[in-house]
Design a protein around this ligand. Structure first.
Ligand code: GAR
Length: 207
C-alpha cells in the first residue's frame, strides 16, 4: 500500500499529534508520519514525538526576520522529509498565503468547534456563552482565510447543563482524537479530495 508521507505542525501539548501517530502506527493506515515540526522549542508534543521515534524539528519564528522566511524554512523541512500531506495540530501561528497555496489540497487543520460557528480562539467559552446545545470539532483543508477552508469531517458532542469551559473542552478533545485520524485517512486514501474549492468523494456511490 502507498502510505502518504505526512508531517505534523504543532505549537504545544500535541495530543492530536499523538492521536495521528497512534493511528499511523497501524500498518493498514494510509498515512505514515514523516516529521513533526514545532515553532516552539518548549512544546510538550516534541518529547512525545521523539518517544515514538518520529523525527522532529524546531523552526522558531524568532530565528527568521519575516513570516515568509519562517514559512520557507518550514516548507524546506517538509520537502526534505518527502512530505505529501501536512496536518496542523494545534499550530497556533498564522501561515502566509504563499505557503498555504503551495500545500493547497494537501494541508489539513483541526479546529475545536463546528465551523463555520466559533472561528478563532476560546471556542468553548464562546459556545457556552451562545447557549448552543451541540458543539464539536472540524477538520478542514487549509485556505488563506483562517478557519474557513472546505470541511472534510466533523464530530458533534452535546453541551450539558453542568458544563464549564474545561469539561466541554475535554469532551470535544476526545472527539478530536477520533476525528483527526479519520479525516487524515480519508484524504490520504483519496476518498476526500479538494476540487474547485469543494471536498469531493471520488468513487462514492451518489445514491
Ligand atoms: C486542539 O483543541 C485543537 O483543535 C486546537 O488547539 C488544540 C491543540 O491541542 N486548535 C486550534 O484552536 C486551531 N485554531 P493539542 O496540542 O493537544 O492537539
Amino acid at each position: 500500500m502507498d502510505r502518504k508521507r505526512t508531517s505534523i505542525l504543532i505549537s504545544g501539548r500535541g495530543s492530536n499529534m499523538a492521536a495521528l501517530i497512534a493511528a499511523a502506527a497501524e500498518p493498514v493506515f494510509p498515512a505514515e508520519i514523516a516529521l513533526v515540526i514545532s515553532n516552539d522549542p518548549e512544546a510538550n508534543g516534541l518529547k512525545m514525538a521523539v518517544q515514538n521515534g518520529i523525527p522532529t524539528r524546531v523552526i522558531a519564528q524568532k530565528d527568521y526576520s519575516s513570516r515568509e522566511e519562517h514559512d520557507a524554512a518550514i516548507d524546506a523541512a517538509l520537502r526534505e522529509h518527502g512530505s505529501e500531506l501536512v496536518c496542523l495540530a494545534g499550530y497556533m501561528r498564522r501561515l502566509t498565503a504563499g505557503f498555504v497555496e503551495k500545500w493547497s489540497g494537501r494541508m489539513l487543520n483541526i479546529h475545536p468547534a463546528l465551523l463555520p460557528a466559533f472561528k478563532g480562539l476560546d471556542t468553548h467559552a464562546a459556545a457556552l456563552a451562545a447557549g448552543v446545545r451541540i458543539h464539536g470539532c472540524t477538520v478542514h483543508f487549509v485556505t488563506a482565510e483562517v478557519d474557513a477552508g472546505p470541511i472534510i469531517a466533523q464530530a458533534a458532542v452535546p453541551v450539558l447543563a453542568e458544563d464549564d469551559d474545561a469539561r466541554l473542552a475535554a469532551r470535544v478533545l476526545k472527539a478530536e482524537h477520533r476525528l483527526y485520524p479519520l479525516a487524515l485517512s480519508l484524504v490520504a486514501s483519496s476518498r476526500a479530495v479538494l476540487r474547485d474549492g469543494k471536498v469531493v468523494h471520488p468513487g462514492r456511490n451518489p445514491g
